[in-house]
Design a protein around this ligand. Structure first.
Ligand code: F6P
Length: 356
């Protein structure tokens, strides 16, 4: 049996742990398993860049962040566009699969990557998706691997910022990863005790954010912590057309939304403001124990599905049980925060402002 495997899109802490789960299950259950690891995601599948893996390649990697196969971003919208040499990428991927006589392809990837997995399914390949992303925005699964590890790191950042903010009596903006969705910001913001949480799904009014900061100052609180998602957006920006918003991003005088918010809060409240951006640190380092368990479970479940010949699914979790979600349902949908989400409402009850 020959199984192809690749890791695609932005990395996260628990990719190796997941691949190990799949591989150990397969090697343990069958003697004739050969795993082909494609280098740097779909690029390896397109250009026949691969490694024949050995069982020992998957040993000792449970705790290692990153990916032993490397990864790259191959945007879905360009998959049907020939490369600079006129190569049809979809045909090339199918040819590699056939040439290597693969029985299936396992894709560890987020939203965009699983769209391509679904495309390959539609093209007749046996595929299985595994839900990778620190953003936790894959539709159909309650959790994705990488999310908890990233929450831990983002929370640690907020914890560190808390002590210095309190000492100096400053307003601190902590920018958390997430361009389209705010799950990471919401969870880390709550775990880190942020006073204000700004996420892309709930456009903010800067005057309300400033009012929340002023209210704290009036109550004698010497500092405020604002957790801001990379993709946070004001009500005015949300009202722009796609074209106008693109123009605003291209001409924005600040490196990111956090700095823009910081400048406005300083102007509106007269308080001293600082911005902290942990950036890619949130995707790095060792997976947390929760992710190691989740990855191992998902990997083992995917291994079993390969052995049983069940393809075309994303292997996810629903109510703490393994769930097989048809890739056709997952592709192209984002799991986003709803303004009436329980967690948002609970946070609001406690006085956390979302600036809306
Ligand atoms: O999708 C994961 C993610 O980490 C997002 O949260 C973030 O906005 C983006 O990737 C950053 O991408 P890159 O690593 O390409 O800068």
């Amino acid at each position: 049996m020959r199984v192809g495997m690749l890791t695609s899109g932005g990395d996260c802490q628990s990719l190796n742990a997941t691949m190990r789960g799949v591989a150990k299950t397969l090697y343990n259950q069958r003697k004739d398993v050969e795993i082909i690891g494609f280098i740097e995601g779909y690029r390896g599948l397109i250009y026949e860049d691969y490694r024949i893996m050995k069982s020992k390649d998957f040993s000792g990697i449970l705790t290692n962040g990153g990916t032993i196969l490397g990864t790259s971003r191959q945007p879905f919208k360009l998959m049907r566009v020939p490369d600079e040499n006129g190569l049809d990428k979809v045909e090339a991927m199918k040819n590699t699969y056939k040439k290597l006589k693969l029985d299936c392809l396992v894709v560890l990837g987020g939203n965009g990557s699983q769209k391509t997995t679904n495309l390959l399914r539609q093209e007749g390949l046996n595929v299985i998706g595994l839900p990778k992303t620190i953003d936790n925005d894959l539709w159909g699964t309650d959790v994705t691997f990488g999310f908890q590890s990233a929450i831990n790191l983002a929370t640690q950042t907020i914890d560190c910022i808390h002590t210095t903010a309190a000492s100096h009596g400053r307003v601190f903006i902590v920018e958390i990863m997430g361009h389209k969705v705010g799950w990471l910001t919401l969870h880390a913001g709550i775990a880190g005790g942020a006073d204000i949480i700004l996420v892309p799904e709930i456009p903010y009014d800067i005057n309300k954010v400033a009012a929340a900061v002023n209210k704290r100052a009036k109550e004698g609180k010497r500092f405020s912590i604002i957790a801001v998602a990379e993709g946070a957006i004001s009500k005015e920006q949300a009202a722009l057309s796609k074209k106008e918003y693109k123009k605003y991003i291209a001409t924005r005088q600040y490196p990111s939304i956090s700095y823009e918010i910081g400048a406005k809060i300083s102007e509106l409240t007269g308080q001293e403001v600082r911005v902290a951006v942990p950036g890619h640190m949130q995707r790095g380092g060792s997976p947390c124990p929760y992710d190691r368990v989740l990855s191992t479970r998902l990997g083992a479940a995917a291994g079993k599905m390969i052995l049983d010949g069940e393809f075309g699914y994303l292997v996810g979790m629903k109510n703490n049980h393994i769930a097989k979600i048809p890739l056709a349902d997952v592709a192209g949908k984002l799991k986003m925060i709803q303004p009436d989400d329980e967690m948002v409402q609970e946070a609001k009850l406690m006085g956390i402002s979302f600036g809306d």
